[in-house]
Design a protein around this ligand. Structure first.
Ligand SMILES: [Zn+2]
Length: 248
C-alpha cells in the first residue's frame, strides 16, 4: 500500500500499543480472578493451552475496565466516526477466529469456535486522544484514538490495525501472559516490571486508573512479547484480507 509503508506504520502502532487488564484483588468485591491457571482452547490453533483466565473471566475484565478507559480518555464525540470504525471492526470480527460460518472462512479448516465466544460481542470505540494508539482489552473491547485515525490514509489500513487488535483478543494474549506470570509466581505486576519499559501513555493511564484502587481493582499494564505482536500482525493481515481489503 502506498502510505507510510505499512511496515513503519504498523511498527509505530505496535510500539504505542499497550494492553490493559484489571484484576480484582483478593479483597475486592469482584470475582477473584487471580489464582491458578486454567486449560482452555486456543481458538486459532485448536490446541489446549494454559491460560491465566477463562474466556468468561477475560470478558469480565474487559467489561469492568471499559468504563475506566472511557473515563480516562473520553469518547471522541463523533458518532458517525464511531459507527464507521465499528462497521469496519465488525467486518473483521466476522472473519476472525472469534466467529465461524462466514463464507470467506469456509474451507480454511479452522477449529470450532466455542459458542460462548461466538456470542461475545466485540466493542469498538474511538478515544478522544491525539496520541497514535490502538489497544485491546481481553474479552472483546478494542480502542483506537482519534490521533491514530488522523494518521490513516485509507480504510484498508484501519482494517489491518483493527485486525491486529482483534488478533490479540482471539489469541487471548493477556490471559496467556497472565498464566506465564502466575507460573513464575511473580504476580502480574512483577511481570509488568520484568516485561520492559512502560511508555508515558501507559504510565499516565496507570496513574489515572490507579485512582480506582478503592474499588478493589488494580491496574496491570502488560506489554506483549515480540512473538505475540508478530502473531497479531499476521492475523491483522489475514483478517483484513478475508474481509476484502488489499492488506498486502
Ligand atoms: Zn499489538
Amino acid at each position: 500500500m502506498a502510505f507510510f509503508t505499512s511496515r513503519s506504520f504498523v511498527f509505530h502502532v505496535k510500539r504505542a500499543a499497550v494492553a490493559l487488564a484489571l484484576v480484582a484483588t483478593a479483597t475486592g468485591s469482584g470475582a477473584a480472578l487471580t489464582g491458578c491457571g486454567t486449560v482452555s482452547k486456543d481458538f486459532v490453533t485448536g490446541n489446549d493451552r494454559a491460560l491465566g483466565y477463562t474466556w468468561a473471566q477475560q470478558v469480565q475484565i474487559g467489561r469492568e475496565s471499559d468504563p475506566q478507559i472511557l473515563a480516562q480518555f473520553g469518547a471522541y464525540p463523533n458518532e458517525s466516526l464511531e459507527q464507521y470504525v465499528n462497521r469496519i471492526g465488525q467486518k473483521i470480527v466476522a472473519v476472525s477466529h472469534l466467529r465461524s460460518g462466514n463464507p470467506a472462512t469456509v474451507g480454511l479448516n479452522r477449529p470450532a469456535v466455542p459458542s460462548d465466544v461466538q456470542n461475545t460481542p466485540v466493542t469498538f470505540r474511538v478515544l478522544d486522544s491525539p496520541i497514535i494508539n490502538a489497544m485491546a482489552l481481553p474479552g472483546g473491547y478494542i480502542y483506537v484514538t482519534r490521533g491514530l485515525l488522523a494518521n490513516l490514509e485509507n480504510e484498508a489500513q484501519l482494517a489491518v490495525v483493527l485486525g491486529h487488535e482483534v488478533g490479540h483478543v482471539a489469541r487471548q494474549h493477556a490471559a496467556r501472559q497472565a498464566y506465564q506470570a502466575q507460573r513464575a509466581q511473580l504476580g502480574l505486576i512483577g511481570a509488568m516490571i520484568a516485561g520492559s519499559v512502560i511508555g508515558g501513555t501507559a504510565g499516565q493511564v496507570a496513574n489515572a486508573l490507579g485512582q480506582y484502587g478503592g474499588q478493589g481493582l488494580q491496574l496491570l499494564l502488560l506489554k506483549y512479547g515480540r512473538d505475540a505482536e508478530e502473531e497479531s500482525d499476521r492475523l491483522g493481515v489475514e483478517y483484513a484480507s478475508l474481509a476484502g481489503y488489499d492488506a498486502s
